[in-house]
Write a protein that binds this ligand. Structure first.
Ligand code: UDX
Ligand code: UDX
Length: 470
């Protein structure tokens, strides 16, 4: 099928490249001239596993790039809207980009089209897109509007698209549903997975995925409700971690105990410094406000957001309790992205914590495997950026772990301890076992587990003072 994807951001670019890998002819449209030029030149502006391979494989073939939305709409049967829906000051989703794209689409409808909202949008958006297109004198039977929310996690977006737990299609006519069934047929009939060059199947996924056909409103609600529930699960375990800290419990053991209940499940029960990213914070505010507009005060979401904010404050207090005064202290920071596996720093709790530490007069030396470029734009020269975890630890009063990058959980602890001025690690993502850290000579703080005092070991400070032979 010929498919247009409008918006080549984290979602649009992944969707376009994956739809091309399913065999469709895709035109990816973006009005950002820089992005468009970069894509034309074969650059992939975001850090996503398998995305460069897919773009390289289909660029110039099944994946074309364009900045002409009308031309793309004219030649395609299906048009996905994947433009940004950033939060307004009041916390609502800014749908102005969606509306401007809907208007552009209506000027180019030359036969039956299916317009699909892929961006995360509040319930009733599909109604508005329909109204906007009708207002531009498009005959009602020459288009349908569907909702096809994405459940892509950054860092695993390509495999989340190709190996989804489910595909949700909100369609208000059989004709429209039939078109979207065809779009996803290579997944639902399993033929994609039999291709020799199919992207490898990740663990914990099953194929083929079910395709759920719902009303457009239900599909819009499924997206918001999914993200709100996942964020609630994270805030719930963060609250339990705070209780564990108050009573000397161990949240890791509590997670094992509750996560083995098949109704709860072990995933998304990792306590930390709170959730961030371009989705959870924004989608919770949007869901909260659209519920209020529809007459329901969804106060539970206020508490989910409050706990999330409080998690960062609690971590700051933990740093103070470990180091006493902060002014002038040199802190090594591991991680700036909002989570491991991505270069995205949007609403990153790590960035927010670094900014708070700078406010307190700390000297911050930071390393992140992928996000330094984006972080530098925000933090500028207030932070020293280095090329490895060990460089970040050099001569530091303490090492803070703020992002759950795989590589941060497998450091050479001996080498790390010798780099640090004092062997103090404050782990905001529970990447290490407290006993192991104590055995290796660290004073180790983490989330929801008792702090461990170090067993005396040669550190850089002791060695420097000459008390211990090298
Ligand atoms: C967006 C929404 O922000 C998110 O809530 C939703 O879940 C998926 O779509 P993302 O892909 O991260 O997520 O958005 P962004 O990175 O902002 O990319 C949007 C792209 O659309 C940008 O490249 C922008 O240049 C482009 N765009 C925006 C257009 O092509 N036309 C427009 O009118 C507006
Ligand atoms: C999320 C949803 O998972 C995805 O389905 C939706 O389409 C977009 O939003 P994303 O924000 O990319 O995806 O990443 P996710 O893996 O969900 O992590 C979100 C935040 O929660 C990150 O800051 C992460 O560090 C944090 N997190 C996640 C926890 O603190 N604990 C956990 O157990 C899981």
């Amino acid at each position: 099928m010929r498919i247009a994807v409008i918006g080549s951001g984290y979602v649009g670019l992944v969707a376009g490249a994956c739809l091309a890998d399913l065999g469709h002819d895709v035109i990816l449209v973006d009005n950002d001239r820089e992005k468009f030029a970069a894509l034309q030149a074969g650059q992939v502006p975001i850090h996503e596993k398998f995305l460069p391979e897919l773009v390289q494989r289909h660029r110039g073939g099944k994946l074309q790039f364009s900045d002409d939305i009308r031309e793309a709409v004219r030649v395609c049967e299906v048009i996905f809207i994947a433009v940004g829906t950033p939060p307004t000051e009041q916390g609502e989703a800014d749908l102005s980009y969606v509306e401007s794209v809907a208007r552009s689409i209506s000027g180019a409808i030359n036969r039956y089209k299916v317009v699909v909202e892929k961006s995360t949008v509040p319930v009733y958006t599909s109604d508005w897109i329909r109204k906007i297109i009708l207002r531009n004198a498009v005959p009602p039977d020459s288009f349908d509007v569907a909702s096809n929310p994405e459940f892509l996690r950054e860092g695993t977006a390509v495999t989340d698209f190709l190996y989804p737990d489910r595909i949700v299609v909100g369609a208000d006519s059989e004709r429209c549903a039939a078109v979207l069934r065809m779009v996803y047929a290579p997944l639902t009939d399993g033929s994609y997975y039999r291709q020799s060059d199919a992207i490898p199947q990740p663990d914990r996924t099953s194929v083929p995925p079910p395709l759920l056909i719902t009303s457009a409103k239900s599909a819009e609600l499924i997206k918001h409700a999914s993200n709100a529930f996942l964020a609630m699960k994270i805030s719930f375990i963060n609250a339990v971690a705070s209780i564990c800290e108050a009573v000397g419990g161990n949240v890791q053991q509590v997670c094992q105990g509750i996560g083995t209940d098949s109704r709860i499940g072990p995933r998304f029960l990792n306590p930390g410094i709170g959730y961030g990213g371009s989705c959870f914070p924004k989608d919770l505010m949007a869901f909260r406000s659209v519920a209020r507009e529809c007459g329901y005060e969804f106060r539970l979401l206020d508490e989910v957001m409050r706990i999330n904010e409080d998690q960062r404050q609690r971590f700051l207090r933990k740093v103070r309790s470990a180091l006493w005064t902060l002014r002038g202290k040199r802190l090594g920071v591991l991680g700036l992205a909002f989570k491991g596996g991505t270069d995205d720093i949007r609403e990153s709790p790590a960035i927010l914590l670094v900014q708070a530490l700078l406010q307190e007069g700390c000297q911050v030396v930071a390393y992140d495997p992928a996000a330094i470029g984006r972080a530098r734009e925000v933090l500028q020269s207030n932070v020293e950026f280095v090329g490895s975890a060990y460089d970040a630890a050099r001569d530091a009063d303490a090492l803070l772990i703020l992002t759950e990058w795989e590589e941060f959980s497998a450091l050479d602890l001996d080498r790390l301890r010798k780099q640090l001025k004092y062997p103090i690690v404050i782990d905001g993502r529970n990447l290490y076992d407290p006993e192991t850290m104590a055995r290796c000579g660290f004073t180790y703080y983490s989330v929801g587990r008792p702090a461990t005092a170090s067993e005396p070991q040669p550190g850089a400070a002791a060695a420097r003072s000459g008390k211990l032979k090298k």
